[in-house]
Ligand binder design. Sequence first.
Ligand SMILES: N[C@@H](CCC(=O)N[C@@H](CS)C(=O)NCC(=O)O)C(=O)O
Length: 378
Amino acid sequence: MTQVYRLYAMPHSLYSGRARSYLIKNAIGFQEFSSGHESFKRDVLPDSKLPTIPTLVTPAGEVIRDGAAIISHFEENRGWPSLPEGPRQRILSLLFDVIGTDGLLRPAMHYRWNFPESNQHFVGFHFFHSQRDMPERREKSDHMMGRMRHAAEAFGVTEESQSLVESLYQNFLEALNRHFEHVPYLFGWRPSIGDYGLLAPLYAHLGRDPHPARIMLQRAPRVYRWVERMNRLDHDMPEYFEPGSDFLENDAIPETLINVLQTLAVDFVPETEAAATVINAWLDSNQPASGVAAIGRLAEAPGMAEFVVRDRTMTALAQPHRFFLLQRVQANYEALTVGDQSAVQGLLSECGLLPVLDFRLSRAICRQGNLEVWDAVL
Ligand SMILES: N[C@@H](CCC(=O)N[C@@H](CS)C(=O)NCC(=O)O)C(=O)O
């Protein structure tokens, strides 16, 4: 039995940043180990089923694979303190979790893989050192890097789309920087589920790899500070002179946050719509049995989604993962009163995100034994 939590993670891993920040901010003691550590294959993988990070091992030996599941494990036991109670803040917070972990993969991959002159040494260092010292270390890390470089293309970064990916990201970064002029976190004075989700791409890739980190430092210092803040136990907000301590009162959503979401909706909405169409057609013709893996290496890839952003056609892998998290947004929305639903609709409409309430797969995805699997046909 271990004494503290063991977090299998890596500094350069996108999804690790989300779980690590949650543990830090919530004063949960942990030690971080690489997935290259021999205990990962031996003790963890039999229960985690997939070799992904982050994976948490509790002091009692329970293995929890997946960042959202790690956060839910603590939140469920504590009554979801990181999810604002106000319906508008609650729904947006959950949406930021989806957009962070899925919607921003394109800029994250682009700024990591397409600037080798600035990034190669730093990124190569991390991939190399995530493997143990063994004869095939170089070969293994080169293989991993090749896989991830290919993933960038699969997520829709091509020579033709690069300038669009950059302009969307820079609009978003500027809007987020303006938002943090007023408050240190998305919904006020403490971090929410949405902050953790959004940190995923903004830490390991966009806030830490040399090329994009320089962009963030120079053009969006307040976003850079938020990234630092999300990795500290204290509130870390000395630049705010009249700080509060909770989410904003009266379920307030600042105009600046609406502007951030408007920049994110530009590709998130058409991509999600197209991905739903592709996956639903795949579900129709394949009819996977209930309990079959829907996400991760054991799952079949349903295909590529084609969608138009600012008159340009983009193609990206249609990934069930975004719908797994979107289900949670939709379930929370459905649990609201009619009055609250209409307040949320008005807000989402202003953000350009109203359609996401209706983008659904014909089959739900649930978790079973650390895997996300297709649910039974209803
Ligand atoms: N849905 C998972 C995704 C985890 C994931 O894909 N992590 C990447 C690193 S950022 C990984 O472990 N990739 C290795 C693999 O897929 O084999 C989560 O949110 O934790």
